[in-house]
Design a protein around this ligand. Structure first.
Ligand SMILES: Cc1cc2nc3c(=O)[nH]c(=O)nc-3n(C[C@H](O)[C@H](O)[C@H](O)COP(=O)(O)O)c2cc1C
Length: 212
């Protein structure tokens, strides 16, 4: 497939140093709000990149479920590939791919396991089918057939009946505590705007423009 001529101009207004909030969290929330208001399909979907013990990277989309100054939260199966890799090496990178808005946000930091109480609070808010699916799936493990998964889902549905579905011990959340952010805004002629925020030792954020 030849894609050499597949391109477009980025025409959105620029990103200026004077318009950036001193806090990358506030800047992020403002862009996330724009992405939601613009009707992007999955504005909270973010790629999470991890590395394995050989240094091989891998990434996948997950849904951001909470963000504030303490970090970016997502939930997953604790036996999954991503979770196992994070336990061995907590350094991760996040990417919000808001290409429809000619924007992307990159975040690098360390992931930490969230407490069971927080995970339980979120688990109980999920639709019942999602709770059952969390129980039914040994995420990232080989599965010999789809029927096995569906049978397990049906078995658990029967088992739990109308009662409360407990939090599986193998399911929980991670909070990514950022060390750096980058906000990218597409501009005409590939002269894009990029600003990085890096956490200084005094806890302040150091902002600088990067060449596109
Ligand atoms: C839009 C989208 C949202 C997703 N959200 C999640 C999520 O919040 N948590 C999760 O564990 N997997 C989510 N997935 C599935 C993951 O991308 C991935 O397939 C799964 O977590 C297994 O990844 P792993 O084997 O690298 O651990 C999502 C996939 C897509 C496309």
């Amino acid at each position: 497939m030849d894609l050499e001529d597949f391109r477009r101009e980025y025409l959105a207004p620029g990103l200026h140093r004077k318009d950036l909030d001193p806090s990358p969290f506030v800047q992020f929330e403002s862009w996330l709000r724009h992405a939601i208001d613009a009707g992007l399909r999955d504005p909270t979907a973010m790629a999470v990149a991890t590395v394995d013990e050989r240094g091989w990277p891998s990434q996948r989309l997950v849904l951001l479920k909470h963000c504030d100054e303490s970090g970016f939260v997502f939930y997953t199966n604790l036996g999954s590939r991503k979770a196992r890799e994070i336990v061995a090496n907590p350094r991760v990178a996040l990417l919000f791919p808001w290409a429809d808005m000619e924007r992307q946000v990159r975040i690098e930091g360390c992931a930490e396991r969230m407490g069971t109480a927080e995970a339980l609070k979120y688990f109980l808010m999920r639709p019942r089918e999602s709770q059952l699916a969390a129980w039914a799936s040994a995420q990232s493990r080989p599965l010999s057939s789809r029927a096995l998964l569906e049978d397990e889902f049906a078995r658990l549905k029967q088992k739990f009946g109308q009662g409360r579905i407990p939090l599986p011990s193998f399911w929980g959340g991670f909070r990514v505590v950022p060390e750096s952010f980058e906000f990218w805004q597409g501009r005409p002629n590939r002269l894009h705007d990029r600003f990085s925020y890096r956490r200084a030792e005094d806890g302040q954020w150091w902002i600088e423009r990067l060449a596109p």
